[in-house]
Design a protein around this ligand. Structure first.
Ligand SMILES: Nc1ncnc2c1ncn2[C@@H]1O[C@H](COP(=O)(O)OP(=O)(O)O)[C@@H](O)[C@H]1O
Ligand SMILES: [Mg+2]
Length: 225
């Protein structure tokens, strides 16, 4: 369902030189598959996920989701497809501070074909244990609870693929374990593929099979920058 070919992304470094951060010849993920990628900080994991999510534009290469090459689509269609197919759990959660818990989840639905669905938002928030916090604002929640809102939001559109960027990086050990279990279970229940990146061995240990990001990303393997 996710197919990446010859993906490249470079940034301009402090001295003005271009530094290649991502160069991935090939990467594929099957429908419903769960994949954990291990990589040291700075090796390009977030950049890769942002490219897949369309938050960053690639220099070149193909990212195809369910057979559609994202870069070949005009922007409005790309945004719609992305909203319909992808859920993203950010390392820092990226919740909208001016909106309540339930609004944060519903806003994630606004691009989806079904539109805002408060019933589904309530249901999802109930499942992540926040049924009693619907009208709270993010700042009124613990870090673990904020993370749960982010999980519910990522699943709001019934995505085919969930991206998780160091999803437990800001949590203590207990919350980290619970949250990871929740993400995996929610993806399984929803039939969503899960692509998780982390540098945390404790997190990675939970997965049967872990792939080294450096084995995918030739740019990182070459020791750039
Ligand atoms: N917008 C940017 N401009 C310049 N350099 C960047 C930018 N984003 C990331 N980088 C650089 O790209 C490299 C990889 O970053 P990142 O993808 O965040 O790594 P990771 O998520 O694995 O820690 C780092 O060296 C970082 O400094
Ligand atoms: Mg990162």
């Amino acid at each position: 369902m996710l197919d990446v070919r010859e993906l490249r992304k470079s940034f301009t470094g402090p001295e003005g030189a271009r530094v290649e951060v991502v160069r991935i010849p090939q990467f594929a993920l099957a429908a419903g598959e769960e994949r954990a990628l291990r990589g040291e900080s700075g090796c390009g994991k977030t950049t890769f996920l942002n490219l897949v999510a369309g938050i960053l534009a690639a220099d070149s290469g193909i990212i195809s989701i369910d057979g559609t090459d994202m870069a070949a689509l005009p922007e409005p269609a790309r945004d719609r497809l992305r909203a319909a197919k992808l859920g993203y759990i950010f390392q820092t959660f990226n919740l909208l501070q001016g909106y309540t818990v339930i609004e944060n989840v519903v806003l994630g639905m606004s691009f989806s074909p079904g539109g805002a669905d408060f019933r589904r938002a309530r249901e999802l928030l109930g499942r992540v244990g926040l049924g009693h916090r619907l009208e709270h604002f993010p700042r009124q929640l613990s870090t673990g609870q904020q993370q749960r809102v982010a999980v519910a939001r990522a699943l709001a559109n019934r995505p085919a693929l969930v991206l998780a960027d160091e999803p437990t990086g800001n949590l203590d050990r207990r919350n980290s374990r619970e949250s990871l279990a929740l993400i995996r279970e929610a993806c399984r229940e929803n039939g969503a593929a899960l692509l998780l990146v982390s540098h945390d061995e404790e997190v990675l240990r939970e997965f049967g099979r872990v792939q080294d990001f450096a084995s995918l990303n030739v740019a990182a393997a070459e020791g750039a920058p």
